[in-house]
Ligand binder design. Structure first.
Ligand code: AGP
Length: 609
């Protein structure tokens, strides 16, 4: 986790770094800091909390310069505190370092530094060892000292370092944590992600693993792990910085919820021609490749994992290939049956989730074909995949994922239909029926958004509840899980989701008069059974809000409240059923006074294991 920004130019480093850090707060926001070489030493300022707090402690005019590094933190080693905040400095205070990632052997290095050099550590962080390591190797050449330090370190990291004696440069390194360089005229940046530099530059170098950068105001030099100069193509960013701002909405989450009709439309329209043929330019799967697969693994985390669960339904139904879905942190520790007959699908909004990346590498090492469904162009997951299916949802800033999820679902539908066509599993009629139903989805999502006041009223009524559960059958079980995750992550309400039929095997014991329960009943073929489940729940005194297709009045008689959503065939209902649950989570969070876009203990991009 964490975000880093470095700037080298002629003036106003402070302003540029603060601007970059603000765009990186989705990576963590429990503490922040900045270091600028001033008058022969490194002046470091740090605080607890977000970038707003940092601005308050650097507003004196004497604090500025031409070069600097900044950091926004999501704590791993050591609680959020001023001491643990980055930048960290070496013993003589003339070298400063910011770091994203984890140094796995930091205890070993720390002992060595204490025993050999008598160094006193001030923080509880793994990062402080980097500053001291560079410090003990430094004899006037920061690049050389960083190279020597990196050789001693194990783990995942992106690092940027400055030295008081070389106030014209930043040295940065990348290993398994994202890093880009932003290229200006007479100034350059280094940062964890593109939005951090987009206000000032559009030309980017995407940095690869084990590469070191030496950044001066007129040049960015890239070196590989053997110290050889690397020539990198410039990546030109076409999307607009406005796309990453709130555009009149109170929070990013509600803005992103409203962007779903367009996001889904873009994902579909750019891939499906007027005759319904799917064109996936970045996917090179042939009919022969598909015939060679005997299983599909879908691996992801959190919301992306839920998109994977829907992918299981769609691939098995439309393409007839058995699918296993796993959370990434479990996948690689259980000896999965992966070989060269496996299609491995990684799903990730950020493309930088370390668990997903590690699972992908594990599958790759066993010979699987790697296909990823990713939102961030040029991210690590995308770059390490054989085939990439971009979701094109645009930047998602709110920690709670919404538009990334529905566009991931749209991709899973298209991918499943595409594979089903290649292996001839799906009939033409059924294929056309699904394509037609998908084309209508953006408009139907818009209808739900147009009636959002119904959901808002329910949230205003029930926001004080401390137990809110979700049940459903078939794909509604997945929507239940995603609705529950949304609610708990931004409202801190105790919530779980379970297959409705499983409720009476134990969990029903938790249901009482204090419980609010969402009963998802959007699957026609399972509707009667859901009605019976609602009766069981009502008999235990819970309040029930049903989610049902328009016209299914029977459920309205059994439940306390109903949110009706537009009619569509069962297969595509996951794209609709989730929308009222996203809205409910949003309005509850707002009513409870929570930090909607930046919930406690979380970060947008989880780049630690
Ligand atoms: C979603 O609301 C969550 N914040 C989280 O579960 C997220 O989906 C997960 O961390 C995976 O992230 P990724 O899609 O960037 O890999």
């Amino acid at each position: 986790m964490c975000g880093i920004v470095g700037y080298v130019g002629s003036k106003n480093a402070k302003e540029k770094i603060i601007s970059g850090l603000k765009s990186l707060e989705y990576r963590g926001y429990d503490s922040a800091g900045i270091a600028i070489p001033i008058n022969g030493s490194v002046d470091v300022r740090k605080c607890v909390g977000g970038i707003d707090n940092l601005e308050k402690i650097i507003d004196d005019i004497n604090y500025d310069g031409a070069v600097g590094i900044g950091h926004t933190r999501w704590a791993t080693h050591g609680a959020p505190s001023v001491i643990n905040a980055h930048p960290h400095i070496n013993a003589s205070g003339d070298i400063a370092v910011v770091h994203n990632g984890i140094i796995e052997n930091y205890t070993e290095i720390k002992e060595w530094l204490v025993d050999s050099y008598g160094i006193e550590f001030k923080s509880e962080t793994d990062t402080e060892v980097i500053a001291h390591l560079i410090g003990v190797y430094y004899d006037g050449d920061l690049h050389e000292a960083v190279n020597r330090a990196v050789k001693k370190m194990r783990g995942a990291y992106a690092i940027a370092a400055i030295a008081a004696n070389e106030p014209d440069k930043i040295v940065a390194v990348r290993k398994d944590a994202p890093l880009v360089a932003g290229l200006g005229k007479g100034f350059n940046f280094v940062a964890s992600d593109i939005p951090a530099v987009l206000k000032y530059v559009r030309e980017i170098y995407l940095i690869e693993n084990n590469e070191t950068l030496v950044i001066t105001k007129d040049d960015v030099k890239i070196f590989d792990k053997d110290g050889k100069t690397v020539k990198r193509d410039v990546f030109h960013v076409t999307w607009d910085v406005d796309a990453a701002e709130k555009g009149g909405y109170e929070h990013f989450m509600i803005k992103e919820i409203h962007e779903q009709p367009d996001g889904i439309k873009d994902t579909l329209n750019k891939r499906v021609d007027k005759d319904g043929n799917i064109m996936l330019d970045d996917i090179k799967l042939t009919a022969e490749d598909v015939a060679g697969f005997n299983r599909v693994y879908i691996v992801a985390c959190g919301t992306a994992y839920h998109a994977g669960l829907i992918g299981k339904y769609t691939i098995e139904k439309f393409a007839g290939i058995p699918v296993e879905v796993d959370v990434a942190s479990e996948f690689r520790y259980r000896d999965p049956f992966v070989d060269d007959k496996t299609l491995f699908i990684a799903i990730s909004q950020s493309g930088e989730t370390l668990d997903t990346l590690a699972a992908l590498r594990e599958a790759k090492s066993k010979g699987a074909r790697i296909l990823s469904v990713v939102n961030v162009v040029g991210s690590s997951v995308a770059r390490e995949s054989d085939d990439v299916f971009y979701t094109w949802a645009g930047p998602e800033i709110s920690v709670a994922s919404t538009k990334a999820y529905t566009t991931q679902l749209a991709c899973m539908y298209l991918l499943s239909l595409y594979i089903g066509k290649l292996n001839g599993h799906i009939s033409d009629n059924y294929y056309n029926e699904i394509i037609d139903a998908l084309r209508d989805i953006p408009e139907k999502v818009q209808e739900i958004l147009d009636r959002k006041s119904v959901v808002e009223k329910l949230a205003n009524t029930f926001y004080k509840k401390e137990k809110i559960f979700f049940v459903g059958r078939g794909t509604d079980t997945v929507a239940s899980k995603e609705g529950s995750l949304k609610l708990k992550e931004i409202s801190y309400i105790n919530s779980f989701a379970i297959a409705a039929g499983e409720l009476k095997h134990g969990t029903i014991a938790l249901i009482d008069e204090e419980t609010l329960l969402f009963a998802l009943a959007t699957q026609d073929r399972l509707f009667e059974k859901m009605v019976s489940n609602v009766e069981e729940i009502k008999a235990r005194g819970a309040r029930v809000i049903a989610i049902a297709k328009e016209g299914n009045e029977q459920i309205a008689e059994k439940s306390d409240e109903v949110i009706f959503i537009p009619q569509a065939i069962d297969e595509v209902m996951p794209l609709l059923a989730i929308v009222p649950l996203q809205l409910f989570a949003y309005y509850v969070s707002k009513n409870r006074g929570c930090n909607v876009d930046k919930p406690k203990n979380l970060a947008k991009s989880v780049t630690v294991e």
